[in-house]
Design a protein around this ligand. Sequence first.
Ligand SMILES: Nc1nc2c(ncn2[C@@H]2O[C@H](COP(=O)(O)OP(=O)(O)OP(=O)(O)O)[C@@H](O)[C@H]2O)c(=O)[nH]1
Ligand SMILES: [Mg+2]
Length: 281
Amino acid sequence: MTISWYPGHMAKAKRQLQTQLARTDVVIEVCDARLPVSSRNPDLDELVRHKPRILLLNKSDLADPAMTRAWTAHFLAQGITTVAINSLRMSAKVVPLIEKAASARIESAQQRGFKRTVRAMVVGVPNVGKSTLINLIKGRATIKTEDRPGVTRSTQWFRVTPYLELMDSPGMLWPKLEDPLAARRLAFIGSIRDQILDTTKLAEQLLAELMENHAPLVMQRYKLQDPTLKGQALLEAICVSRGYLLRGGVLDMDRAVAAVLDEFRDGRIGKITLESPPQKA
Ligand SMILES: Nc1nc2c(ncn2[C@@H]2O[C@H](COP(=O)(O)OP(=O)(O)OP(=O)(O)O)[C@@H](O)[C@H]2O)c(=O)[nH]1
Ligand SMILES: [Mg+2]
């Protein structure tokens, strides 16, 4: 699956982001803790170059805690300020991190006798929780969030505390997702619109990946007996086990597909991280 889907609003978002960069002190990169490689946009390195950057591993409540610790250590060892968060819960750690990243500017303003507003832009691939994070820091859920990609349509600044402004931005994918595994995994977590995907194939691919590394969780969730089932047969077994039947006893495969994707996405199959940090030599 090579995804070359790059709608106009994403190209526009990239241009807006470039324009806003000049008035930005810190770049907050939000990625999905379940996918710390594939949910980072490689375009960002070139785009934000010299700005102080913070990496947030969001949705850590859905990820494997041991893996999140390993990933955090991995990025910290690379010199990247990284913290794992859950944007649905209060996390006091983000604001001090932003202030620390902007400390040079804050101090230089202090020396000139005033307290400076810090501006940080929040960027990341679609559906990772950028708007939810801003709502959390603001303390009020006034920005629209939804569990689908492409909710935020344009960049917008919000004053979240007396001396902090955050910029929300539309999720960006890169123009061509040439790595089919990365594209697939972004689709698993709901960063690519299901409407442009073959969801049956996607659910089969997700199950294949889960059965390889987390078979007991899948077997338990769907009350399955046979660990060797694959592909369509596995989806059918899930259908039967759940009793998803249409009139005349026909299997309601669409319902099984939706169940597998939804239940993985909101963590009901288990706290599963799909990518492991490279092993130290
Ligand atoms: N479990 C969990 N869900 C989260 C977390 N953060 C956000 N969500 C959910 O993820 C979904 C997407 O959140 P948004 O804030 O709309 O994501 P976004 O990055 O702004 O998405 P776009 O604007 O489409 O790019 C929503 O259903 C949120 O409730 C988190 O830390 N944990
Ligand atoms: Mg948003």
